[in-house]
Design a protein around this ligand. Structure first.
Ligand SMILES: Cc1cc2nc3c(=O)[nH]c(=O)nc-3n(C[C@H](O)[C@H](O)[C@H](O)COP(=O)(O)OP(=O)(O)OC[C@H]3O[C@@H](n4cnc5c(N)ncnc54)[C@H](O)[C@@H]3O)c2cc1C
Length: 413
C-alpha cells in the first residue's frame, strides 16, 4: 500500500493542473486515471484560453431561436428527445440562471478567476517547457447579421466596466486580421486578451511531465473504488491500494459516477460537443480561433489541421454519437473559410461537464474531511484548469486563495 499527502482523481487538464500545483507546494501527490493523461474531454476542445469571457452561454431568450432548436434547424444546438425528461430539471434551472440579472451577477462572480486564466497557463507553461503551444493572438468572433451584433451591447458595457479590451470591427477589419476568411459576415469582435493553444493534449501532457519531474506519481486506477479508511481516503490502483489524507475529485463529466457512490447529489449535466479536422485549401490559414457566432461553431488552427468544433448537444453522456450538427454547419464553414479535405477519419465526441449556473465547483465537500471537488468546468476547463489548480492547492496547503472561492462552493446547491 502506498501513502501520499494528496491524491487527485482524474488526469484531465483540471486534475493535472491541481496535481502540479500541489507538488509545487512540496506535497507528495498521486494522480490517478483509468485512461491516459489528458486524453478525454481535455483532448478535443477548441483550445481557447478565454481570458475574455463575460457571460456564459445562455438558454435561448427569443422565441425564434428556441423554435429553430426545437425543430432541429439550428446548427448551434441539438438534443436527443428521449433524454429531455431526464434533463428537464437541469434545463429549467439553466433557464432561470440565464435571466439577464442572473447573467450579470454570474459575470461579476466569475471575473476574478477568468482574469487569471491566461497568466496561470503562462506560468505553468514556462516551467513545463510548453510555451511553444501558446498563441497570444486573441479570439475573433464574426457576426453575419446586424441583430446578433446589436445584442452585444450589454456585453460591451460590462467589458468596459471590467476593463476588458475589445475591438468592434466591420467586415474589412475582421478580414485584415484573418485574410483567409471570406466576407460573409458584416461585423466582428476581436478579443485580444483571449489566447489559444495549438494542441490541448500536448499542454496537459507537458504539465503532467512537469508534475512527475517534481516527484509526483501517475497511477492507473478506477476512481469509483474510493472509500474512507480510518482518517484517510483510499483508492485501488494497478499498483495496489493508495491512501491519502486529501483527495481531489477532478473527473470532469464522469464525476457523478463517483459522487453517487458517496451519496453526493449535485446537478451536473453534460453538454456534448464534437470535432472534426480538415486541411485548408491552398495557402489559406488562420492565426487564431474564429467563432461564427449565429451558427455556433468554432474554427481553430491546430497541429492536426483546422479543427471544427460544434456547439452543444443535450444527450446522455454515454449515448451513441449523433454528429448531425455537421450537416447543418458544414455549408456555413465552407462559406466562411476555404476548407480542403478531411484530415481525420473519425468524429470526436466530448462532454462538457456543466452546472446550471455555469460556475464550476472548486470546493471542499462539506462534512467529508479531506475531500475536495474540482468539477463542472463546462465550456472553460482548458481555460480554468491552472487557475483552479492554484486555488485548490492554496486551500489544501492552508494558504489564502488568490481569489474569493465562495462563488464556487458546493454548498450553493
Ligand atoms: C467541443 C468542445 C469544445 C471545447 N472548447 C473549449 C475551449 O476552447 N476552451 C476551454 O477552456 N474549454 C473548452 N471545452 C471544455 C473543456 O474541454 C472541458 O471543460 C475540460 O476538458 C474538462 O476538463 P476535466 O479535466 O474536468 O475533464 P476531463 O478532461 O474529461 O478529465 C477527466 C478525467 O477523469 C478520468 N476518469 C473518468 N472516470 C474515471 C474513473 N472512474 N476512474 C479513473 N479516472 C476516470 C478520465 O479518463 C479523464 O482523463 C470544450 C469542450 C468541448 C466538448
Amino acid at each position: 500500500m502506498a501513502r501520499t499527502d494528496a491524491m487527485v482523481l482524474g488526469a484531465g487538464i483540471v486534475g493535472t493542473s491541481i496535481a502540479l500545483h500541489l507538488a509545487k507546494r512540496g506535497l507528495s501527490v498521486a494522480l490517478v486515471d483509468r485512461a491516459g493523461v489528458g486524453e478525454q474531454t481535455s483532448y478535443g476542445n477548441a483550445g481557447i484560453i478565454e481570458g475574455n469571457t463575460i457571460f456564459p452561454p445562455a438558454f435561448p431568450s427569443d422565441f425564434g431561436s428556441f423554435m429553430r432548436i426545437a425543430f432541429k434547424r439550428a446548427s448551434e444546438a441539438n438534443y436527443h428527445l428521449s433524454f429531455l425528461p431526464r434533463v428537464m430539471p437541469w434545463l429549467l434551472a439553466f433557464r432561470a440562471a440565464s435571466r439577464p440579472k442572473r447573467l450579470a451577477e454570474t459575470a461579476r462572480l466569475i471575473r476574478p478567476l477568468f482574469s487569471r486564466a491566461v497568466a496561470e497557463h503562462e506560468a505553468l507553461m514556462a516551467e513545463a517547457g510548453a510555451t511553444h503551444y501558446l498563441r497570444k493572438t486573441g479570439w475573433l468572433k464574426v457576426y453575419r447579421g446586424k441583430k446578433s451584433f446589436a445584442a452585444l451591447a450589454r456585453e460591451f458595457d460590462l467589458a468596459a466596466k471590467f476593463g476588458l479590451p475589445l475591438q468592434a470591427l466591420d467586415a474589412a477589419g475582421g478580414h485584415a486580421l484573418e485574410p483567409s476568411l471570406n466576407p460573409v459576415f458584416s461585423r466582428a469582435v476581436f478579443w485580444p486578451q483571449a489566447a489559444s493553444v495549438s494542441n490541448p493534449l500536448g499542454v496537459t501532457r507537458a504539465y503532467a511531465a512537469r508534475f512527475t519531474a517534481l516527484g509526483g506519481i501517475i497511477l492507473s486506477g478506477d476512481a469509483r473504488s474510493l472509500h474512507r479508511t480510518g482518517n484517510r481516503w483510499r483508492v485501488e490502483t494497478d499498483e495496489g491500494a493508495l491512501d491519502a489524507a486529501e483527495c481531489v475529485i477532478a473527473l470532469g463529466p464522469w464525476a457523478p459516477d463517483l459522487l453517487k457512490t458517496l451519496d453526493l447529489n449535485l446537478p451536473l449535466a453534460v453538454k456534448r460537443g464534437y470535432h472534426r479536422h480538415f486541411r485548408a485549401q491552398g495557402n489559406a490559414s488562420l492565426s487564431r480561433p474564429v467563432l461564427d457566432a449565429e451558427a455556433g461553431y468554432l474554427v481553430t488552427p491546430m497541429e492536426q489541421g483546422i479543427r471544427i468544433t460544434t456547439g452543444v448537444e443535450f444527450a446522455a453522456r454515454d449515448a451513441t454519437p449523433s454528429p448531425v450538427q455537421f450537416d447543418l454547419l458544414m455549408p456555413k464553414v465552407r462559406q466562411l473559410f476555404p476548407l480542403g479535405e478531411r484530415a481525420d477519419d473519425k468524429t470526436w465526441l466530448g462532454s462538457r461537464p456543466c452546472f446550471p449556473d455555469s460556475r464550476p465547483v472548486i470546493s471542499r465537500v462539506p462534512g467529508r474531511a479531506g475531500l475536495w471537488l474540482a468539477i463542472g468546468h463546462a465550456h472553460w476547463g482548458l481555460t480554468l484548469g491552472p487557475a483552479t489548480g492554484r486555488m485548490i492547492a492554496e486551500m489544501i496547503a492552508g494558504e489564502p486563495p488568490f481569489c474569493d472561492p465562495s462563488p464556487y462552493r458546493a454548498e450553493r446547491f
